[in-house]
Ligand binder design. Structure first.
Ligand SMILES: Nc1nc2c(ncn2[C@@H]2O[C@H](COP(=O)(O)OP(=O)(O)O)[C@@H](O)[C@H]2O)c(=O)[nH]1
Ligand SMILES: [Mg+2]
Length: 241
């Protein structure tokens, strides 16, 4: 379980305890980017108390994409068969964890906790943000032909072998773009994706750490990935004769 944190002192303890209860066999890795509110110290205390909790402390706020890359690398090096990503702000319900894990155990390369399949929803997000997310997803999936309803979801379980095969460390986007680029990469590698419905709840404590700029970045990324796909198709056509 890779849990990125930036100033999540109000949320992390409840999250870690609920994750441990829902999936006692899962090791937890908190990737903290020099939070100024004592999140790392809280995580260290939980590690000492509960065991099988580790803290990766990074020197500065280096972004969500790079937090996941470092976290996955460490989890795989320590022998994890499945890497789960989950926000620290309690937006992702720990009780869904066994279902996500089961989907990967049953053969999926990626199980997405999806807000946009029947049974899924976003609760208490302002209308503007809901609209942006819903249409951003339609745009990304439509342009790239992903056949995925929630490509920006941050609640996911990956088979570690699939992560290695798709060379995840070269995925460069950040924020929502990171989720889109990872999904795109996995689909192009022939990975199998399952979407499992989740009810996303906006954080009650603390504030969002993702800027609006990250949305524009994601839109540009979709165009770049589309162009790269097109170039790839052309090259293949040329080399086939
Ligand atoms: N390590 C790390 N975690 C981050 C960074 N930015 C956001 N996070 C964490 O990523 C998760 C999602 O961020 P959040 O602000 O809730 O995004 P939102 O739900 O889209 O508004 C939370 O657990 C944040 O603490 C970062 O730069 N580094
Ligand atoms: Mg959040």
């Amino acid at each position: 379980m890779v849990v990125p944190t930036y100033n999540e002192v109000e949320n992390l303890e409840e999250l870690v305890r609920r994750v441990r209860k829902a999936a006692p066999e899962a090791g937890i890795l908190v990737v903290d980017d020099a939070s100024t509110d004592g999140t790392a110290a809280l995580a260290a205390g939980l590690a000492a108390e509960l065991g099988d909790v580790a803290v990766l402390e990074r020197p500065a706020k280096l972004g969500l994409g790079s937090a996941y890359r470092d976290g996955f690398r460490r989890a795989i090096d320590e022998g994890a068969d499945i890497c789960v990503q989950m926000d620290a702000d309690l937006s992702h319900d720990p009780d869904v964890l066994p279902a996500l894990l089961a989907n990967v155990e049953l053969g999926a390369d990626l199980a997405i906790g999806s807000r946009y399949v029947p049974g899924g929803l976003t609760e208490n997000w302002p209308r503007r943000r809901r609209w942006l997310s819903r249409w951003g997803n339609r745009y990304a999936a439509g342009v790239l032909g992903l056949a995925v309803n929630d490509a920006t979801a941050g609640y996911r379980a990956y088979r570690s072998d699939a992560l290695a095969e798709m060379d995840f460390e070269t995925v460069s986007a950040d924020g929502y773009g990171f989720q889109i680029e990872m999904t795109h990469r996995l689909v192009r590698c022939g990975g199998r994706i399952v979407e499992f419905p989740v009810e996303f709840r906006d954080r009650r404590a603390g504030e969002s750490k993702l800027s609006q700029g990250i949305v524009g970045e994601a839109l540009g990324l979709v165009v770049r990935l589309w162009l790269a796909d097109r170039r790839g198709r052309r090259l293949r056509r040329r080399s086939n004769g």
